[in-house]
Design a protein. Structure first.
Length: 415
C-alpha cells in the first residue's frame, strides 16, 4: 500500500518483522504443547522461547535464504535455527506451512479488525454529535436528486449513524469468523500432531480451533471478511457522495472544511473543491475491488493449493490499510463539516411552497375528493410552479375546484 493512504499502526501489522514475530510465537507455543505431551523435551521448548524470543530476525537474510529454498517458511525456520541452535530440530514437529501461514493471517486480520472497529467507534461518535447538533436544522430531502419534502440535516446524519452501526456489527461477526487457528499438519488430518497442540496455540493467540481444516483454513471465512470490508467501504462512499452533492455551488448546504493556506485549483484561485470526499469515493472502489478475488479464493483444489496466496499477500494489507485510512478521513470530514442552515432554507423555498404538495393531496382526499381527481388538481397547479415560477399556494387558492373542496384557511395550514 502506498504511504499516501496509510496510517502507521495498521501498516505495522503487515510488516515482515511483525509477520515473522507471529510465526515464531506460533511455533514456540506449539513447542510448549508438544513438551506437555512429552513429544519434545521441556528444556528444548524453554530454549526455543528464550533464544528465539530474544532474536532480532533479519528480513534481508530470510529473503536471501528464500531466494535459494523458494519457500518462505523454510527460509524463516532456517534463520530461526541460527539463533536457537541444536534444539531447533524440535521446531515445526508434525506441522505444515499452512499451519503457520493461516494462523498468522488470522492473528493479523484480528488485529486489523480491532483497529477498524475503533475507527468505526470514532466515526459513530462524530456522527452522533453532529446529528444532535443539527436535529432541528431544516433542509430539503431529495429523491432522484429532485426536491421531495422537508427533513432535517440531523436526520441525514442519523441515517448514516444507523448504517455505520450495522457496519460495525457486521465487522464484529466477520472478526469472530476469521479468528480461527489451524495446527493440524499435512492435509489437516492430525496424523503427526495431537489436536491438543492446536487448542493450546489457539488459546494463547486469542483464536479458536478450526473445526475441520483441509490443511488450509477454508477460504469462505476470508471471503466473508473481505466482503464485509467492501460493504463498509460502500457506506463510506454513500456518505461521501452525499457531502459532494451538498457542496455543489448550486446547492452549498454543507461543505468540507477548507483550511487556511489550502488551494483548490492550480488555475482558478476561487475554487473550494470536495477533494476529501472525492478521495473517499476512490478509496471505497479499491476496497470493494478486493472482495471479488477473496471470493474466488474459496475454490481451491482438493485439500489445498496456493492460488490464494498471492492474492492474500496483496488484499490483506491493502484492504485493511485503505479502509483504516478512509474511515479516519471520513471521521475528520464529519467532525469539521461546515453546515449552512440559511442555504438549506433558501433552497427548500426555491420553488415557492411546491414541497407541500402531498399535504394538499391528502387533505383533498380526506375532504371527499377521489385520489385521482385530487392528484390531478394538485399536479396541474404544481406544474405552473415548475413551468414559470408561480407561487404554489396562490395558484391553489385561485383554483375554484380546489377551494370548492377545501376552505382557504385549511389550504394555508398545509403550508
Amino acid at each position: 500500500m502506498i504511504p499516501r493512504y496509510s496510517r502507521p499502526e495498521m501498516v505495522a501489522i503487515w510488516s515482515p518483522e511483525t509477520r515473522f514475530r507471529i510465526w515464531f510465537e506460533i511455533e514456540a507455543h506449539a513447542c510448549d504443547a508438544l513438551a506437555e505431551l512429552g513429544v519434545i523435551p521441556r528444556e528444548a521448548a524453554k530454549t526455543i522461547w528464550e533464544k528465539g524470543g530474544a532474536a532480532q530476525f533479519d528480513v534481508g537474510k530470510i529473503d536471501e535464504i528464500e531466494a535459494v529454498t523458494k519457500h518462505d517458511v523454510i527460509a524463516f525456520l532456517t534463520h530461526l535455527a541460527e539463533f536457537v541452535g541444536p534444539d531447533a530440530r524440535f521446531i515445526h514437529q508434525g506441522m505444515t506451512s499452512s499451519d503457520v501461514l493461516d494462523t498468522c493471517l488470522a492473528v493479523q486480520l484480528g488485529r486489523a479488525s480491532d483497529i477498524l472497529l475503533a475507527d468505526l467507534d470514532g466515526l459513530l461518535a462524530a456522527l452522533k454529535r453532529r446529528a444532535f447538533e443539527h436535529k432541528d436544522t431544516v433542509t430539503i430531502g431529495r429523491s432522484h436528486g429532485i426536491h421531495a419534502e422537508p427533513t432535517t440535516f440531523g436526520v441525514k446524519l442519523a441515517q448514516a449513524f444507523a448504517e455505520f452501526s450495522r457496519c460495525r456489527e457486521r465487522l464484529v461477526h466477520a472478526r469472530e469468523d476469521i479468528a480461527t487457528c489451524a495446527i493440524s499438519g499435512a492435509i489437516g488430518t492430525f496424523a503427526n500432531i495431537d489436536p491438543y497442540v492446536e487448542e493450546h496455540v489457539a488459546k494463547k493467540l486469542g483464536l479458536k480451533p478450526e473445526p475441520v481444516s483441509t490443511q488450509v483454513i477454508p477460504r469462505d471465512r476470508h471471503a466473508m471478511f473481505f466482503a464485509t470490508l467492501g460493504v463498509i467501504a460502500s457506506s463510506v462512499e454513500r456518505l461521501a457522495t452525499e457531502i459532494r452533492h451538498l457542496q455543489r455551488t448550486e446547492v452549498l448546504e454543507a461543505e468540507e472544511y477548507f483550511s487556511p493556506g489550502q488551494k483548490g485549483s492550480s488555475a482558478m484561485p476561487h475554487k473550494r473543491n470536495p477533494v476529501l470526499t472525492e478521495n473517499l469515493t476512490g478509496l471505497a472502489r479499491m476496497v470493494r475491488s478486493m472482495a471479488l478475488p477473496a471470493m474466488e479464493n474459496v475454490a481451491l483444489w482438493h485439500e489445498r493449493d496456493i492460488s490464494h496466496s498471492s492474492v492474500e499477500r496483496m488484499i490483506g494489507p491493502d484492504a485493511t490499510i485503505t479502509l483504516d485510512f478512509a474511515l479516519s478521513r471520513l471521521t475528520g470530514v464529519i467532525d469539521k463539516l461546515l453546515v449552512y442552515p440559511d442555504n438549506m432554507l433558501k433552497n427548500m423555498n426555491k420553488f415557492r411552497g411546491l414541497v407541500h404538495s402531498q399535504r394538499v393531496l391528502l387533505a383533498l382526499t380526506q375532504a371527499g375528493v377521489s385520489r385521482e381527481d385530487a392528484y390531478r388538481l394538485v399536479q396541474r397547479n404544481a406544474m405552473k410552479v415548475w413551468g414559470h415560477g408561480a407561487d404554489f399556494l396562490e395558484e391553489l387558492l385561485a383554483d375554484k375546484e380546489v377551494t370548492a373542496a377545501l376552505p382557504e384557511a385549511e389550504i394555508r395550514e398545509k403550508f
